[in-house]
Design a binder for this molecule. Structure first.
Ligand SMILES: NC(=O)C1=CN([C@@H]2O[C@H](COP(=O)(O)OP(=O)(O)OC[C@H]3O[C@@H](n4cnc5c(N)ncnc54)[C@H](OP(=O)(O)O)[C@@H]3O)[C@@H](O)[C@H]2O)C=CC1
Ligand SMILES: O=C1O[C@H](COP(=O)(O)O)[C@@H](O)[C@H](O)[C@H]1O
Length: 525
């Protein structure tokens, strides 16, 4: 009997995860493995960077923590002629193996095989399929295919998977990494190609921000708290600021980056996904399709981005920088075109034309080589009407810090304690490191890969979401490229172009510069 997609009718539960959630119930579907038959996880591009830095380490951590169904075996595939020993060595520095785990670590590698072959042509894939059958003892098995590959080979690899490598009596799931195209047309071509081979239920498009704790928390924060759900609208909220910052430049990845730029690299996917979770209406249930229906709906209410609503920047070297990297500007990166106008910083103001959000600017900003590493959402409330505090009251702000150091804090006014009637800014603070001391927060990839085993698509991007995302961003990306719009230079290690502050002010985000945090800043994550 063939197994249907989404058939989770077996008992295996993710004990550890459920324990870490401290609740025997989960509200989403897809918490059960199919324990009836073995699983095989195939990594295409096994010799590459993503595989060694993220995929193999994630598989090892899941195996180490007994989170995978048993038996699960792993098979790498790439052009390079590698042995398992060599693969193991390549991955070593990213695997974080502790002394007491060495035996289990060796056990993990014993479950691995590797096949070398080309991405075009049938031969390599036939060899791969023979290897998979061998590993599965010619029995029934479910197969997961992870495409850790450059988009240039997506098409041929997926055709070969479909024609040669599919499990004939278990389910098949294919995990696709971004970039999902570079504009609306190329993305649609890729979607159409994949749709011709696999059903939407078999496709798992990864946006790893959807695997982060605080991004996954957005639904609960919004819909599990009356006080927030009642104020989550244009009557109360002045602006929403969603930020991604990295304190390093392209670091030799300039070749890839120069072709894509920060808008495609971070804004069009990670930040827009966060926006849709912040702005969507309440879904009818926590079923993945109900949630994604709402995400699509809110994206449909956003007009295509215009240049007047953007600030673009490109970093230049800081002569006072402490490291060579800090002194090196984007254009001095050897892998970057010397005349490149690719933005390494972007701010964009999006407007959602619906009853909840009309006139509330959603400001997305992201950049490389900035002064900090962080990703956060700031929900800034309106000024209190009818002020009686002589202009000393500051706006409430709810900050959802995605990383580093997950936290949720609500900036509010209070009476200064003591014999005074002064007022001051303070916060209600939920810092995870303090409130959930000792809790293990799994890495985004751990959660997402487990979701694939369980068949939950809640935290994956559906093709219509992708289509809307490209509709919003394609015209401006084309214009920036066609007109070679010059980005504003900003210094490596700075907060980005000054013009971005102005844009925030113009869009109803107030910065007072007076708030003081008295706690220990958590930096874990
Ligand atoms: N639980 C916890 O761990 C808590 C930690 N804190 C910490 O306290 C510190 C201060 O809190 P925070 O909420 O950031 O408050 P701030 O008021 O200091 O900063 C608020 C926002 O203003 C922006 N900003 C900074 N400088 C300027 C400027 N010159 N012009 C315009 N905008 C500016 C910042 O953006 P930009 O990123 O661009 O600089 C940030 O988005 C932070 O480090 C925070 O992590 C606070 C509360 C709880
Ligand atoms: O997708 C990407 O994300 C990373 C940042 O991920 P994080 O989990 O470390 O925040 C970014 O460095 C990279 O350029 C981008 O492609």
């Amino acid at each position: 009997m063939a197994y249907l997609e989404g058939d989770h009718n077996t008992q295996g539960t993710l004990d550890l995860i459920i324990k870490s959630l401290k609740s025997p119930k989960m509200i989403c579907e897809g918490i059960h493995f199919d324990r009836k038959i073995p699983h095989t996880f195939v990594i295409f591009g096994a010799s590459g960077d993503l595989a060694k830095k993220k995929i193999y380490p994630t598989l090892w951590w899941l195996y180490r923590d007994d989170l995978l169904p048993k038996p699960t075996k792993f098979c790498g595939y790439a052009r390079s002629k590698l042995t398992i020993e060599k693969l193991k060595e390549n991955c070593k520095q990213y695997m974080k193996v502790q002394a007491h785990e060495v035996d289990k670590y060796d056990e993990f590698w014993d479950l691995n095989e590797y096949v070398a072959g080309n991405y075009d042509g049938r031969t390599g894939f036939e060899l791969l399929n023979q290897q998979l059958e061998l590993m599965e003892n010619k029995n029934r098995a479910n197969r997961i295919f992870y495409l850790a590959l450059p988009p240039s080979v997506f098409d041929e690899v997926t055709v070969n998977i479909k024609n040669i490598c599919m499990s004939t009596c278990g389910w098949n799931r294919v995990i696709v990494e971004k970039p999902f195209g570079r504009d609306d047309v190329s993305s649609k071509a890729l979607s159409d190609h994949l749709a011709g081979l696999f059903s939407e239920e078999q496709l798992y498009r990864i946006d790893h921000y959807l695997g982060k704790e605080m991004v996954q928390n957005l639904m609960t924060i919004r819909f599990g708290n009356k006080i927030l759900s009642s104020t989550w609208n244009r009557e109360n909220i002045a602006s929403v600021l969603i930020t991604f910052k990295e304190p390093f430049g392209t670091q030799g990845r300039g070749g890839y980056f120069d072709e894509f730029g920060i808008i495609r690299d971070v804004m069009q996917n990670h930040l827009l996904q966060i926006l849709s979770l912040v702005a969507m209406e309440k879904p009818v249930s926590c079923h993945p399709d109900d949630i994604r229906d709402e995400k699509v709906k809110v994206l449909k209410s956003i007009a295509a981005l215009e240049l007047k609503d953007m600030v673009l920047g490109q970093y230049v070297g800081n002569p006072q920088g402490r490291t060579e990297d800090e002194r090196t500007g984007y254009l001095e990166d050897e892998t970057v075109d010397k005349n490149s106008t690719t933005p390494t910083y972007a701010l964009a103001v999006l407007h959602i034309n619906n009853e909840r959000w009309q006139d509330v600017p959603f400001i997305l900003r992201c950049g490389k080589a900035l002064n900090d590493r962080k990703a956060e959402v700031r929900i800034q409330y309106h000024d209190v009407p009818g002020d009686i505090f002589e202009g000393n009251s500051k706006r409430n702000e709810l900050v959802i810090r995605v990383q580093p150091g997950e936290a949720l804090y609500f900036k509010m006014m209070t009476k200064t304690p003591g014999i005074t009637f002064d007022i001051e800014e303070t916060e209600l603070d939920l810092t995870y490191e303090h409130r959930y001391r000792g809790f293990y927060l799994p890495d985004a990839y751990e959660r997402l890969i487990l979701d694939v085993f369980c068949g939950s698509q809640m935290h994956f991007v559906r093709s219509d979401e992708l289509c809307e995302a490209w509709r919003i961003f394609t015209p401006i990306l084309h214009r920036i490229e066609k007109e070679r719009i010059k980005p504003i230079p900003y210094l490596y290690g700075s907060r980005g172009p000054k013009e971005a502050n102005r844009k925030c002010e113009e869009n109803n985000f107030k910065y007072y510069g007076s708030y003081k945090w008295h706690g220990n800043r958590s930096t874990s994550s």
